[in-house]
Design a protein around this ligand. Structure first.
Ligand code: NCD
Length: 368
């Protein structure tokens, strides 16, 4: 059975086929079809959400199916101490497909180990958000007419934000040039940067100079500071408001370039940008419906699309992941799955990084 945990593990033809199905869904996104008639989607949201949850539910209704779920963990049995595994073993009897959002990194993969129905990762902590990434790629494909060889400028909190790094990783086989612009302390985690630059061979650079970066952008992808993931409020106050994309900045972008944002925005894009021809973040939100219609239809086998996963082999290893946010910390019964990563040179600091184990749940690297 196919789950949808990490878009970057699908090969390029699979991503293209999925995007093709999503493009076919665009004209159907405003009306009701009977593609998934009789099917039930469960939405299990252990974290706040407006767009992701409602658009999954709307997508299922548009497909002619139905949905059930919870949006508040206080109302679910997890508040009584139920494990994630037991919740999934329950809900897979009530639904044909499950979309789950959870604060722990790797929670969706963990859920998939106990599910008899397809699991969709609707965001696992600061780790990944593949359905958002999929709709981001659909937006770029539709709005720019291509995905290949684009300069993508990622602005914001790349340390805790899951959408920007998810996008860079999933677009890797479309050979982007990736420029990251972050406030100090919110840089993309080193292991993700190494994956992009060394393992995937992506060209790119890191800078603090947003003005310089946007001049080359085909896509300017802005994200908010992820206040809820900071360990202290002082840490948040120190970086709050440190970058703002306004009309003046947008005017310096190349012709035909676009501004995206997964939303919600706080103060990082001024409302003045909304009316410019480069702003596509509201359109991007619309693409969430056909993108999620496509995902549900394909995973339920209602659209014949063969997806090929290129995941590294995982093995059970007698060690602990050191990421305090990893799902293995809160769900201790989980098997300790890791993949092996060969030694390589760190692109920023130079020097050889020893071969490591990479946690299969959260991708954190554990020394070797
Ligand atoms: C994003 C998320 O939840 O990661 N929102 C979304 O799904 N559209 C971005 C964010 O919360 O900043």
């Amino acid at each position: 059975m196919q789950h949808f945990i990490d878009l970057s593990t699908l090969d390029r033809p699979s991503k293209e086929k999925l995007l093709e199905v999503a493009a076919e869904m665009i004209p159907l996104a405003g009306r009701r079809t009977d593609i998934a008639a009789g099917k039930i989607l469960a939405t299990l949201f252990y974290e706040p959400s407006t767009r992701t949850r409602l658009s999954f539910e709307s997508a299922m209704l548009r497909l002619g199916g139905r949905w059930l779920g919870f949006a508040d963990v206080k109302a679910a049995s997890v508040a009584k101490g139920e494990s994630l595994a037991d919740t999934i073993r329950t809900v897979d009897k009530y639904a044909d497909i499950i979309a789950i959002r959870h604060p722990a990194e790797g929670a969706a993969l963990a859920a998939s180990l106990y599910s008899d129905v397809p699991i969709i990762n609707a965001g696992d902590g600061g780790h990944l958000h593949p359905s958002q990434t999929f709709l981001d790629m659909l937006t770029i494909r539709q709005e720019l007419g291509r995905l290949n060889a684009l300069t993508v400028v990622l602005v914001g909190d790349l340390r805790y934000g899951r959408t920007a790094s998810s996008l860079a990783l999933a677009m890797a086989d479309f050979r982007p040039h990736v420029i990251t612009v972050t406030p100090e302390g919110l840089e993309i985690p080193r292991h993700i940067y190494r994956s992009l630059r060394v393992d995937m061979g992506i060209h790119g650079s890191e800078t603090r100079d947003v003005r310089e970066a946007v001049r080359a952008a085909d896509v300017l992808y802005v994200t908010r500071v992820q206040r809820e993931r900071f360990f202290s409020d002082e840490e948040y106050q120190a970086v709050k408001g440190s970058y703002v994309v306004d009309e003046k900045l947008v005017e310096t972008m190349p012709p035909r370039s676009i501004v995206l944002h997964p939303l919600p925005r706080v103060d990082e894009i001024t409302v003045g940008v909304d009316g410019t021809e480069k702003a596509r973040y509201f359109k991007q939100m619309f693409y969430g419906i056909p993108a999620r219609m496509a995902l549900i239809a394909v995973l339920l086998g209602l659209k014949e699309v063969e997806l090929t996963c290129v995941e590294p082999a995982r093995e059970e290893v007698d060690t602990e992941c050191r990421n305090p946010r990893c799902v293995t910390k809160t769900e201790p019964y989980l098997p300790r799955y890791f993949s092996r990563v060969a030694g390589r040179t760190d692109p920023l600091f130079g020097g050889e990084v020893a071969g490591v184990f990479r946690c299969a749940y959260c991708d954190y690297e554990v020394g070797g």
